[in-house]
Design a protein around this ligand. Sequence first.
Ligand SMILES: C[S@@+](CC[C@H](N)C(=O)[O-])C[C@H]1O[C@@H](n2cnc3c(N)ncnc32)[C@H](O)[C@@H]1O
Length: 245
Amino acid sequence: MAAEGAVFTNSPKVNDYDSFAEAYTDHSDADIVNAYYERPAILALAGDVTGRRILDAGCGSGPIAAALRDRGAVVTGIDSSAKMLELARQRLGASADLHLADLGSPLPFPDGAFDDVIASLVLHYLEDWAGPLAELRRVLTPGGRLIVSVDHPIVFKLVNPGADYFATGQWSFEWTFSGQTAPMRFWHRPLHAMTDAFTAAGFRISVISEPQPVPAARDLFPDEFRKLTTSPSFLFFVLHAAHRR
Ligand SMILES: C[S@@+](CC[C@H](N)C(=O)[O-])C[C@H]1O[C@@H](n2cnc3c(N)ncnc32)[C@H](O)[C@@H]1O
């Protein structure tokens, strides 16, 4: 379904992480949005992860997996892009536990395999959340945490003022980074559709967060810092898997 008012590109190759994996990684390793805002927020929400078994779902080239491992977690990563996983393996080393897997399919892990799942900036690529959330709950130990970041739903409305905020639908946007442009397509969901999907899948919502970038970013990226501190970009959740009856 197309979200009303959304701008579409006609490129057949949207969301093609394989084709821009290196450019995306170079950019996101250092830019304010990922390095000074999104990743610090995810890691702060995760807190002390010493000894915890964590699945990084949609791990990309592994920056969060690396940070979690540095903090003492036992990390497994999955991603649907072979090229992003190749870069993750370069970052994390040959012995890293990385799997090519799609969140839209059953996951290659037994029930209760993880204490936490991190889903950083990946769920907004999925039309259906029910199946993937059921799988993430299955692989979590009862009481385990699902820590999520997604595009803040207001961003869709800010970019497409004429669109219907309350309708779930797909919209397009062109990314430019490191001199490369990439047509992207995201699924917009209003906030209530997100929270309904989480609770229907058996998660209890513990935290909804709209964090700020870390203070060190103020001098490094003054213009972007002002934007990120005055207008939301991502929305963060900490969810707990309900105990099975
Ligand atoms: C914006 S990047 C975020 C990467 C990483 N989580 C981070 O925060 O640096 C989104 C990642 O999600 C992956 N992805 C997109 N759709 C996916 C799916 N259906 N299943 C698994 N991974 C997916 C992409 O290949 C990409 O690596």
